[in-house]
Design a protein around this ligand. Structure first.
Ligand SMILES: *Cc1c(COP(=O)(O)O)cnc(C)c1O
Length: 378
């Protein structure tokens, strides 16, 4: 048997919507964009959605829109895809990593306060694998220190914690519709924010600075005229929006199947002593973007290779960002700087998780993992 690491969920109706847009000579672009943005806003319960070309662009321009720039520090997690911290670098600011919770892999709120300096401007938490960070605590810390909170919710479209969704307590949340994300248009992203002013500034930023309402909004916030630079063209395009509209309608049905598969994995692996799983937090709806198992670091590469040989697509999410060559050289990071993130990074294996997986495929993945546990760990 062969189980792909990922298969998308774009169906014939989604494809037809793209065809319709093309046949209409792209003249329905505004309506289609509006439909996507308003449906997504309704799903999240956040008033303003701005479609973007990617989550990376969304993060970068949201940082800019909230006035983060050179000489500023942004507190974030090393246990993420490098897009998170690269966005901070792109606006000229410095990422300040804070180690993660051993149970969830999310940024550890207990460690945030001691990383705050007078240069700190923002906190950029990542809802790792789809489990939301403790946004109440993070918001509280941010308010005490007058910081902006921008959520990297690339994994967390469907997530909730204590009834709060991404963008609910953060000043803005950024999403990804990259090829392997929960819903996808190949590449794409979005920003959600409750702030009318910042939504206007973002729309202004992504249109070569031609939108006067963005300039007005910036002035309304008391920013100097040149505080908001211009010159991007980073909005989502109509073909991306057309592909996403139908997937947004099905989003919770798709999520339910991933939840079911995740529960099958959890039940099968929870009692296997030789490996461990991250914890599901209390009062949470896990968005189930990625399902990871964790094995001792010295067998991880054998484990990955054997699963591949058995036809099970696997991946590693993530090598902690501070250990990337570029970050080590630029900022002098070393192994041992963030031991919890490093431990997770050296032990984690991502298994296939997507709605089109059949029960037989799930059973085969489980059987394959258990066989490798016996072979490599008993
Ligand atoms: C995928 C991802 C991104 C980047 O998303 P793009 O849409 O590909 O730019 C950012 N952060 C995290 C955590 C991701 O997984």
């Amino acid at each position: 048997m062969k189980v792909d690491f990922f298969r998308h969920n774009i169906d014939e109706d989604d494809i037809q919507r793209v065809v319709d847009v093309l046949r209409a000579g792209l003249s329905t672009a505004d309506d289609t964009m509006h439909e996507f943005e308003s449906r997504f806003a309704e799903f999240l319960g956040i008033p303003h959605i701005i479609g973007m070309s990617s989550c990376t662009e969304a993060l970068q321009l949201t940082l800019l829109a909230f006035g983060v720039g050179p000489a500023d520090e942004v507190i974030t997690t090393p246990m993420t895809f490098c897009a998170t911290s690269n966005a901070i670098l792109h606006v000229g600011a410095r990422p300040i990593f804070v180690d993660v919770e051993p149970t969830t892999g999310n940024i550890d709120p207990d460690r945030i306060e001691s990383a705050i300096t007078r240069r700190t401007k923002a906190i950029l938490p990542v809802h790792l694998y789809g489990q939301m960070c403790d946004m109440k605590r993070i918001r509280g810390i941010a308010d005490n220190h007058h910081l902006v909170v921008i959520e990297d919710a690339a994994h967390c479209l469907e997530g909730e914690r204590e009834g709060i969704k991404p963008g609910g307590l953060g000043d803005a949340a950024c999403f990804s519709f990259y090829a392997t994300k929960n819903i996808t248009c190949g590449e794409g992203g979005a920003v959600a924010t409750a702030s009318q002013e910042h939504a206007s500034i973002l729309r202004h930023l992504i249109q070569h600075r031609v939108d006067q309402s963005g300039i007005d909004a910036a002035q309304g916030l008391g920013l100097p005229p040149d505080a908001i630079p211009g010159g991007w063209y980073s909005g989502m395009n109509v073909i991306q929006a057309a592909l996403l509209i139908g997937q947004l309608d099905r989003i919770l049905t798709l999520w339910r199947r991933r939840e079911q598969i995740a529960q099958m994995y959890r039940e099968s692996f929870e009692k296997v002593d030789a490996m461990w799983l991250l914890a599901d937090g209390y009062n949470i709806r896990h968005a189930r973007h990625l399902f990871t198992i964790h094995v001792p670091a010295d067998v991880r590469s054998d484990f990955l290779a054997s699963l591949q040989e058995r036809g099970v697509g696997v991946s590693v999410n993530y090598q902690p960002v501070h250990l990337y060559e570029f970050y080590r050289r630029k900022f002098g990071y070393n192994p041992g700087d963030f031991p919890v993130a490093e431990k997770i990074g050296s032990e984690t294996i991502t298994l296939p998780l997507y709605p089109l997986m059949t029960d037989d495929e799930v059973a085969y993945v489980i059987e394959s993992v258990k066989a490798e546990v016996v072979r490599l760990l008993d």
